[in-house]
Design a protein around this ligand. Structure first.
Ligand code: GDP
Length: 446
């Protein structure tokens, strides 16, 4: 679905990754080409611009690893940024809030966008994958053919449709669907609203009236992915007028330029939940930012390589640290790093549980009243020291101690506890380091 963009980017990065050393100019030239590729794929200008800016910033600040080339590093950064642009909220891709039965799903969109087809595809998916009992209803009173189309699709996929009653208005149909869904024990009822060729007052008023009648759990906007930037504009307008919870991009099987997918989230703030990939009832896929980013770049090997190298870098750093500990060097910078690590790993308990043989130390620290709020205070104390003090905590005399404690909003006694801890941990690290190459800590860290 992103062939053209993928080809263009592939060319740029093939050249980049083949070069041994990269200058800033090389990177800038490559990113200029990426920007052109994005624009040609119909990604909106501000989105493309922000994208390049973010990549440039990260490329400048990236930690350098020996085992990968700068070009490979840039590929990884572009990959991560693609995911960031595509990613919706933190929900699992493709999840719908349909817990309280019967949950109403409102389907909106322009005529010809693929709304009716998508309603049926989604109903089939809910029935088969999520084991939901689904009822579909067409509210398109202007086009009897549309109502019949949904009925035919329903029969085809084995999903019930609300019987058609001539002369009813959309709100009345919605009410009937709601009642029928409750009485019939349905988990979900889907309302396929009328589409128009353009967004007009009538269409919006009608959709809004239906929305107010059923309070949908999800309002899904169906837009034609082939229309590129227009799809994004349509989404903005629908969201503004009716409010949508997610987007379904159809016709992504075509040779469209894919830009709509890339701009949608950044411009509208709404996640793409699904993509339509054909006319068949099975041709609906969850939109997964990670996979899509991978597909656009087509450089999975390089991404994996850089990820591996980053892990190696962390291990190398840990090993360097261990060597220093063995020599009895353990200053406040080391302690801060340990404390921060503990916070990241879920506090004291989380960390100790990962280290064999550390149970005793965990108990001691517990006895000393160490928990996460204390971790934070300790980090604040260390932050309040000068560089020199952090490297050589033994120089801390009364006046320095007072200043540091005050800076962290704490007492000198708190600082004394921290100093004691630093000494104890230093001793312990030294002892553990001396337990030979296969020391416990090292084992736990590798
Ligand atoms: P509606 O007017 O929005 O309800 O649009 P329809 O559901 O009737 O779809 C219009 C046409 O688009 C139909 O011929 C569908 O088969 C086709 N269509 C819908 N979704 C897709 C898709 O994802 N890919 C392709 N290739 N065709 C689609």
């Amino acid at each position: 679905m992103f062939e053209n963009l993928s080809d263009r980017l592939g060319g740029v990065f093939d050249r980049l990754t083949k070069q041994g050393a990269l200058s800033e100019d090389d990177v800038r030239t490559a990113l200029r080409e990426v920007r052109v590729a994005l624009l040609e794929a119909d990604v909106s200008l501000p989105v493309a611009r922000n994208f390049i800016k973010a990549v440039e910033k990260k490329a400048t600040g990236a930690a350098v690893t020996k085992s990968v080339t700068p070009g490979q590093q840039v590929v990884k950064i572009v990959h991560d940024e693609l995911i960031a642009v595509l990613k919706g909220d933190d929900e699992e891709p493709g999840t719908l809030r349909i817990d309280n039965a019967p949950a109403p799903i409102l389907m909106v969109g322009l005529q010809g966008s693929g709304k009716t087809t998508t309603t049926a595809k989604l109903a089939k998916r809910l029935k088969e994958r999520d084991r939901k009992k689904v009822l579909m209803a067409s509210l398109d009173v202007n086009r009897p053919a549309a109502m019949e189309q949904l009925e035919i699709l329903g029969k085809q996929i084995g999903v019930d449709t609300l019987p058609i009653v001539k002369g009813e208005d959309p709100v009345a149909i919605a009410k009937r669907a709601k009642t029928q869904a409750s009485l019939g024990g349905y988990d979900v009822y889907m309302l396929d609203t009328a589409g128009r060729l353009h967004i007009d007052q009538d269409l919006i008023a009608q959709a809004a009236a239906v929305r107010d009648t059923v309070s949908p759990r999800e309002t899904l906007l169906v837009v034609d992915g082939l229309t590129g930037q227009d799809a994004v504009n349509v989404a903005e307008e629908f969201d503004d007028k009716i409010g949508v919870s997610g987007v379904v991009l159809t016709r992504m099987d075509g040779d469209g330029r894919g830009g709509a997918a890339l701009s949608m989230r950044a411009v509208t703030g709404k996640p793409i939940k699904f993509v339509g990939l054909g006319e068949k009832m099975d041709a609906l896929e969850t939109f997964e930012p990670d996979r899509v980013a991978g597909r656009i770049l087509g450089m999975g090997d390089i991404v994996a390589l850089v990820e591996k190298a980053q892990q190696t870098l962390e291990v190398e750093q840990a090993e360097r640290m261990m060597k220093r500990f063995q020599k009895g060097q353990f200053n406040m910078n080391d302690l801060r790093m340990q404390l921060e690590q503990m916070m990241k790993m879920g506090g004291m308990e989380g960390m100790m549980s990962m280290m064999p043989g550390m149970g005793k130390m965990a108990k001691q620290m517990e006895g000393a009243g160490i928990d996460d709020s204390i971790l934070r205070q300790q980090i604040a104390l260390i932050n309040s020291m000068t560089k020199k003090e952090r490297a050589n905590p033994q120089i801390l005399q009364a006046s320095r101690k007072k200043r540091i404690a005050k800076g962290a909003g704490l007492e000198v006694s708190d600082l004394n506890k921290l100093l004691k801890m630093q000494r104890q941990m230093g001793d312990m690290m030294k002892k553990m380091g001396k337990m030979g190459k296969g020391g416990m800590l090292k084992q736990a860290m590798s």
